[in-house]
Every structure is written in structure tokens, then in C-alpha cells.
Write a protein that binds this ligand. Sequence first.
Ligand code: UD1
Length: 369
Amino acid sequence: MSQCVLHVVGARPNFMKMAPVVKALWQEPGGYEHLLVHTGQHYDEHLNDSIFRDLGLRAPDIHLGSGSGSHAEQTGRIMLAFERLVQERKPSLVLVAGDVNSTLACSVVAAKASVPVAHLEAGLRSGDWTMPEEINRIVTDRLARLHLTPSPDGDENLLREGADPAGIVRVGNCMIDSVSSHVEKARAGGALTRFGVKRQGYALATLHRPSNVDDSARLTRLISVLSSIARKLPVLFPVHPRTRARLEAAQIFAAELELKGLLLSEPLGYLDFLQLQEAAMVVMTDSGGVQEETTVLGVPCLTVRDNTERPITITQGTNKLVGSNPDVLPGEVDEVLAGRGKRGAIPELWDGKAGQRSAAAIRKFLGSS
Ligand code: UD1
């Protein structure tokens, strides 16, 4: 059996990060077989297949089919399946991305099998231990031997936590590579017509963090604030499966929201969502990736959280942290409508070449280990 590297993806944001790296390694494999492994954490057509198609990413080489359930169930199932795979394939390296449960599960398995772990998007910290993603980031970074970081704060966090400086390589932002290579095609798409909105004539909202959607009183308040904004400006709201389930549990139904002017949809494909971000007047979100994408697209972003693991989108980009109180949102949207939305610059190394730099760092690591 040839020597191989396992590239792990599990949930939607992993796909956009991993695609540029794995594609670069498929082109120039450096003597290794590069296998794309899908844990199955996200399985819906909307969160999975359609995103793969839009990214031009071939179907995973290996599918573990270990989705859904509580954190422990999901993590445990992925660990069991990934351990069998590691025993069978004996990889030379496992590459994981971001901060989802699949990232944590596969890092733990690889490290215990003495297989080196490389972490793409290493070093980000929100400082908020109530977020499952923060725990996933910290554990993964502690176990990783190669840290591929998107921005200087990532390097600083890792050094402060005692990581080996020789294992830290600042490669830039791979998620932005995917934006750069798809934005032209996205612009030519039909999403604006389909939703009946005009460039700069609407707001786009996404909410799925447990802290925003799991508490029904808080979710109800957020929805009522979005409805009040929709009286001034159409609000497009693609609804994540977690949020849809919580809306139903809180007895908030789509038909009612549509009467209030919110334009609801299923989670969108990558190209449709990119087009809607690029042409939006303002974006309201609790997603990590959207904070970065709006920064490079130059669109004001209001982040409905108390903290962010992506501070560079605030210090340099178009992101503003508005906090967890939704009542401030209408005033913030008014500021944007009055032309006082946050402007920004594109951070260094968010240049569409992070995938190439990551692939080079991985080849070098494999050559030296
Ligand atoms: C996960 C990630 C989060 C990321 C988000 C993007 C973790 C801890 N969280 O959150 O960082 O921003 O993905 O989408 O890994 N479900 C479906 N279909 C699917 C997947 C999920 O219906 O394809 C439902 C299930 O009921 C599931 C719930 O959504 O229990 C939540 O999914 P899960 O993968 O656990 O976490 P996300 O909230 O999607």
C-alpha cells in the first residue's frame, strides 16, 4: 500500500477550507496518496452535496457515515470509525481543518496512534470556553505538530500556549482562496432574481450558534428584531437545520415569518450564498466564516456575539461585534443605511494562495518527518 495522507472534512465550513489545499496536493502529490475523508457530520443535501458540487470538489474517497447526535455521540462515533481507518491505512499524516467536532475527534485518534496531525486554521481563539468550537480548537492545537495559521494572532496564541515555533507556518486564509476562485462565477448567478431583491437592496442574516438559537426566548427575541429590520429592508434568512429545529420547537413557523417580511430559505449552495453576501447592503451573522468572507468582499458585517476568534476581521476588516443583545441591531443597520457601515482592508496573505502555501508546508513536513 502506498504512503498516504488523510484529509479530514466533516461539516460545511471544512469544505471551503480544505478544497484549495487538497486540490493543490492532488496536482503535486509529492509521492503520497492524498485521500479525502468525510466523517459524515453534515449529511443534508444543502449542507453537503451541493457545497461539494459548487466547489468542484470530487466525492470523498472515504465516507465514515458518522453524522448527527449529541456532541459525545457524534465525536465518539467519528472516533470509532476513524480509528479503524487509521489502523487500516497507517497514514503518514492526518490533516484536519477548523474547529468542528470532526476536527477534534480525528486529531485525538491520530495523535494516540502516533500519527502526526496538521491543523489548518490553527491558533484562533475566542477566549470563550462555553463555545464547543473553542474546546475543539484548543485540544486540536495541543495535539497538532504542524500548525497552519491564517493570521498573526493565530501564531501569537500558539506561542503563548507553548507550541513549538518550528511547527507554526503562517499560510493565510484558505477559506478566502475559495472566495477568490468562485466570486466571479457567483456574481453571474441567479440568486438575486430568485429572491426578488436588488444589489445593495437587502440584508442577509444567518444564525446557528447554540448561544443564539438554543434558548427559545432568545431566539424569539432575535426573530422579532429581524422582523422589525425587515420593515425597512428585505432580510434574507437561509435557515440552518439546527435553527429550523429550534424555531419549530419554539412554535415559530416559516409562514408567520414570511408575513413579517423575512425571506426564509433552506441553507443555500456555496455560489448562491457567495452572491448574496457580495451584493448585500449588510450581513448579520454569528458564523465565523461569514465574518471573514464579508471582510474580503468589503461588505459591512454585524456579528451577533460577545467575542470572536477572528479579531483581524475587526481590526482590519468590515466586521463589527455588536454583542449578544439583539436590540442593538436595528440601530446598527440604520448606521449602515446612512453610509456609516464599517470599511476595511484585506488582511495580509488573504490573497487566494493560502492553499498553495499550505500544500508546500505539508510537502516539506512530510519530507522532513
Ligand atoms: C457545526 C459546527 C459549527 C459550524 C456549523 C456549520 C461543531 C461543534 N459545530 O454546527 O462550528 O459552524 O457546523 O454548519 O462541530 N443537522 C441536520 N443535517 C445535517 C447536519 C446537522 O439536520 O446535515 C442537524 C442535526 O439535527 C444536528 C444539528 O443539525 O443535531 C446540529 O448539527 P451539528 O453538526 O451537531 O452542529 P452544527 O450546529 O451544524
